[in-house]
Design a protein around this ligand. Structure first.
Ligand code: ADP
Ligand code: GLC
Length: 489
């Protein structure tokens, strides 16, 4: 099958969160499964700079008349064939300071409706034969940034050939791409599309609805989140539409890219480790000691090291971590955090590190290498999210033997098994899970982690379970291929 993946980020070229990890790993897994996969990306400077063998393909006109160049290059991949990548070369839209979506003061760019409509538009043009050398049979778009592709495809003129299938994946329903209604007129869709049964959402223009309403098939990144978003509590106002489309909606759990996240071969670690049956773990102790030293924490092997690698936003449940920090320290634990985001959270964590520098380390910013070292040296990975479509950091925690402590929600519920006596006996337990989004529940999970840490043989056994657990992308790719077949039928 010829499959076009459409996303705004892709690891290793450009990443603000887990979307990039998925966008980088899925095409490689599809190609390994024998599929003819390509990606389409906006020409952000980091993307243009990272692509190899860039060459012009053609030019095309945006719905508002401006002309842009479509180029083609390759994303280099370690140990696998490079990913063929189309890129929209539009410096006026994409060559800006700040992150892909916001300026340096964290304000969304005023023309985001055009910047990301163009991404969907170019995808639909490719489905209509913009590149005569390669025409996708499936267009698979990710999150609101690419969500206009299915809408444009639904209204595209039929050129006699077979119609491409559209698949839309929700990575996070909380970010919807909402714009003022007057922006609709310039985007090249018929008036009929600005409708409750279409792109209209409480009087606004919703890019997310472009995907949810018009795509042939919908997926999200875990089975539990697929159910949760059909409820008013977690549906972000779109649960009615999602219930209506439940027959074409499913959850496919994200996986771990073994080429990037593998404690046995990770170049960021001072010493690798792996575990058939919890052995060969000396490297982990060394990683922890070196990490403590590097971060200025007291170098105590016996102090459980809790780590957190995260966007600092409400979603991630960080006030539970702040509220519970005294309890964590009182029980002899240490905390090492790497993250960036909301100013008040950055300031609050910084203040806690300043007050107890030998037990709390806070690094504000984005640092891929440090992220790997935290998973490598940590004992417990904290992910107490309010909601979590899938979550990748708990899976990296599993794989690196840094046991996840998570709330039972979304993909966290699907990937971590609590240390109950029965699940420890059966060899299923992999971490610590709490239910209600409340300090008392979080505290009990912390106490469970400390209690297990005191019982070294049990800790090693659970850690062994955890490290064997996360699946790689082959299984998820097979599930997506099944969805593509249904979209074509
Ligand atoms: P989300 O996509 O909601 O942010 P995920 O857990 O799915 O959450 O993915 C987060 C990804 O971003 C992981 O690969 C994680 O390691 C990475 N990450 C988050 N914050 C940072 C940071 N400050 N520095 C380096 N990597 C980070
Ligand atoms: C989103 C979600 C996260 C998920 C990631 C990749 O950013 O917040 O839970 O793991 O997308 O699918």
């Amino acid at each position: 099958m010829r499959i076009l993946q459409v996303s705004a980020e892709l690891f290793p070229l450009l990443k603000t969160g887990g979307l990039a990890d998925v966008a980088g790993a899925l095409p490689v897994a599809l190609m390994a499964a024998g599929q003819d996969a390509r990606v389409l990306l906006p020409g952000f400077p980091a993307i243009l700079a990272g692509l190899r063998e860039l060459a012009p393909v053609t030019e095309f006109a945006a719905p508002w008349g401006e002309r842009f160049a479509l180029r083609m290059g390759h994303v280099p991949v370690d140990g696998a064939p490079a990913i063929p990548a189309y890129v929209i070369d539009a410096p006026a839209l994409y060559d800006r300071p700040g992150n892909p979506y916001e300026d340096t003061s964290r304000q969304p760019y005023a023309d985001n409706h055009r910047r990301f409509a163009l991404l969907g538009w170019a995808a639909a043009q490719l489905a209509q034969g913009l590149d005569p050398a390669w025409q996708p049979e499936i267009v698979h778009s990710h999150d609101w940034h690419a969500a206009m592709a299915p809408a444009y495809m639904a209204f595209a003129p039929q050129n006699g050939g077979p119609r491409a299938g559209s698949v839309f994946t929700v990575h996070n329903l909380a970010y919807q791409g909402l714009f003022a209604p007057w922006h609709f007129a310039g985007l090249g869709l018929p008036d009929a599309a600005f409708h409750f049964d279409g792109l209209e959402y409480h009087g606004q223009l919703s890019f997310m609805k472009g995907g949810l309403f018009y795509a042939d098939r919908l997926t999200t990144v875990s089975p539990t989140y697929a159910r949760e978003i059909q409820t008013p509590e977690q549906g972000c106002g779109l649960d009615g539409l999602l219930r209506r489309r439940s027959d074409v909606l499913g959850g496919i759990l994200n996986a771990v890219d073994d080429k990037v996240w593998n404690p046995g071969s990770d170049a960021a670690l001072v010493q690798g480790f792996h575990t058939p049956e919890g052995r060969h773990m000396a490297g982990k102790a060394r990683c922890k000691a070196v990490l403590q030293h590097q971060l200025g924490l007291s170098e105590r092997a016996d102090a459980p090291l809790f780590i957190l690698v995260s966007r600092l936003t409400e979603q991630k449940g960080l006030h539970l971590v702040l509220d519970g920090l005294d309890a964590l320290l009182a029980q002899g634990g240490q905390l090492a955090l790497l993250g960036s985001g909301e100013a008040w959270l950055e300031a609050a964590f910084r203040a806690r590190a300043a007050a107890a520098p030998q037990s709390v380390s806070v690094t504000i910013g984005y640092d891929e290498t440090l992220a790997h070292r935290l998973f490598g040296g940590g004992d417990v990975t904290l992910v107490p999210s309010l909601f979590e479509p899938c979550g990748l950091t708990q899976m990296y925690g599993l794989k690196y033997g840094s046991l996840p402590l998570v709330r039972r929600v979304g993909g966290l519920a699907d990937t971590v098994v609590d240390c109950t006596l029965e699940d420890m006996a059966s060899g299923d337990a992999t971490g610590f899970v709490f239910d209600r989004f409340e300090a008392a529940d979080y505290h009990r999970a912390l106490r469970r982690a400390f209690a297990l840490y005191q019982r070294a043989p049990d800790w090693r056994r659970v850690r062994g379970n955890a490290m064997r657990r996360p699946a790689d992308w082959a299984a998820a790719a097979a599930d997506y291929i099944e969805v593509y077949r249904k979209a074509l039928a």
